[in-house]
Design a binder for this molecule. Structure first.
Ligand SMILES: Cc1cc2nc3c(=O)[nH]c(=O)nc-3n(C[C@H](O)[C@H](O)[C@H](O)COP(=O)(O)OP(=O)(O)OC[C@H]3O[C@@H](n4cnc5c(N)ncnc54)[C@H](O)[C@@H]3O)c2cc1C
Ligand code: FES
Length: 293
């Protein structure tokens, strides 16, 4: 019974009707591949069967399976308004992600999901919004940026802070440049280190928070990036007065089942696959203060 209710939670968004076994991956075909940075690619996938089309919320992830290699958790980086296509942005760091990054158009992968709880965008309506992304933290935030642009009048000021190690590590580079021209948001981009050809800011993302324009008590913040970056960003936002239950971070832990069964992804009292990956800083702060959990 408990297992059944976990299953329903994990599949509460978008699993196609008539779903088969929850562990069974569905075949998706690589329609296009874009090299974002030297080690990161974006894959656009189409379901081989139209009935396997997935709808999703920004911040959710899929388990993506490379046949004969294995599977891993990858956030969905596409537009929830266009669920006919599944978009994943992958950094090649190990066995599965290297195999994913090497896929060519027409290759077939297995996909199960979407899993987890995404960004609570409805809770931010009527408030100022600060979106902070570090490196590959931008792909899991991109789906809600599309939602925010569609419903722009529902939010107050929107501040986007995007940082990476070097200019060549910035993903979706051309799309990010188009946000710079929008008058209904403020975009700050920064890199940790750059040559003379970089005209943007230099410094970690936390150094951009004092310049961000928002009314702290009436602000919601969505933060994604390396854990250390999220920890210091959340601290800086809290110091400026953003309530800790309005600061949300997307956590990464090793996944196996992604269904709340195996416990592999346990982080303190939470299973990241089932209760996250997006969790409030109020719950995370004591865990992030510990050296390793
Ligand atoms: C909820 C969630 C969402 C995720 N979204 C994305 C996403 O959108 N795009 C994406 O590319 N990845 C994402 N990841 C991370 C991804 O799942 C891991 O990088 C992947 O499991 C690594 O598998 P592998 O077989 O390639 O590496 P493995 O062969 O298992 O590991 C090889 C080596 O790489 C190291 N390693 C593993 N993961 C990382 C990492 N993330 N960074 C640096 N070193 C690492 C390991 O410690 C090991 O030494 C997400 C993870 C979670 C939990
Ligand atoms: S991955 Fe199995 S409980 Fe989360």
């Amino acid at each position: 019974m408990a297992a059944e209710s976990h299953l329903r939670t994990s599949h509460s968004h978008g699993m196609a009707s008539g779903a088969a076994h929850p562990y069974a991956p569905r075949p998706f075909v690589v329609r296009a591949r874009t090299q974002e940075t030297p080690d990161t690619v974006t894959l656009r996938l189409l379901p081989r069967e139209a009935r396997d089309r997935l709808s999703f919320h920004g911040g959710q992830f899929n388990m993506v399976y490379v046949f004969g290699v294995g599977e891993c958790a990858i956030s969905i980086s596409g537009d929830p308004g266009h669920p006919e296509e599944l978009v994943h942005t992958v950094r090649a760091v190990g066995k599965v992600t290297n195999a994913l990054a090497a896929l060519a158009p027409d290759a077939v992968v297995g996909v199960r999901g979407p899993y987890g709880r995404g960004w609570p965008l409805d809770s931010a309506k009527g408030r100022d919004l600060v979106i902070v992304a570090g490196g590959l933290g931008l792909p899991p935030l991109r789906p809600i940026l599309y939602e925010i642009f569609r419903q722009r009048e529902a939010f107050g000021r929107v501040e986007i802070i995007y940082g990476a190690r070097t200019p060549k590590d910035l993903v979706f580079y051309e799309e990010v440049q188009t946000w710079r021209h929008r008058t209904d948001l403020n975009l700050q981009t920064t890199v940790d280190a750059a040559g003379r050809d970089w005209y943007g800011d230099v410094g970690v993302v936390t150094t951009r928070i004092p310049d961000a324009r928002f009314d702290a008590p009436n602000t919601s913040a969505f933060v994604c990036g390396p854990e250390i970056m999220m920890k210091f960003t959340a601290q800086a936002l809290a110091q400026r007065g953003v309530p800790s239950d309005a600061i949300w971070l997307s956590m990464e832990r090793n996944m196996k089942c992604a269904l709340g069964f195996c416990g592999h992804c346990q982080y303190g009292p939470s299973f990241v696959c089932r209760d996250g990956p997006v969790l409030p800083y109020r719950t995370l702060a004591p865990l992030l203060a510990l050296k390793e959990v």
